[in-house]
Design a protein around this ligand. Structure first.
Ligand SMILES: [Zn+2]
Length: 131
């Protein structure tokens, strides 16, 4: 069972990392100041706005992916140390069904709920994206 989890984590990590690399390459090209910048006389205003919007979506997706890569590699670390499946907060084992659904989780349901409540109380919406 642990071997299956390891394979799944490694595969997910590879996928997320390669998506991130492709995205990074794409963004680098977009960000390079070219002759057709926003101050170009030929640029249509609508196109510029649309380009900015899709760039923002790209940033958001990239942040989510970076967080996922971090979580997945942390999960692999814990697996290698024999700490996988143990809640980082209370030290209790995380339910198998939860690990199967979300192999990179670090907390049991109770601690995750508490964490999300604390985040909501602080009004930190950005962090609720992360597991
Ligand atoms: Zn816990």
């Amino acid at each position: 069972m642990e071997e299956d989890i390891k394979k799944r984590l490694e595969r997910d990590l590879r996928l997320a990392a390669s998506r991130l690399r492709r995205m990074g390459a794409l963004t680098a090209i977009e960000e390079r100041p070219g002759p057709l910048g926003a101050n170009s006389l030929g640029a249509d205003e609508g196109d510029v706005i649309q380009a900015n919007e899709s760039r923002e979506i790209g940033f958001a997706t990239r942040e989510v992916l970076v967080a996922r890569v971090n979580r997945l590699s942390a999960a692999l670390d814990r697996l290698n140390r024999g700490e996988y499946g143990i809640c980082v907060e209370c030290g209790e084992p995380i339910a198998r069904a939860r690990l199967r659904a979300l192999p990179e989780v670090q907390r049991c349901v109770q601690c995750q709920d508490g964490l999300e409540r604390r985040r909501l109380e602080r009004g930190d919406e950005r962090l609720t994206l992360r597991t």
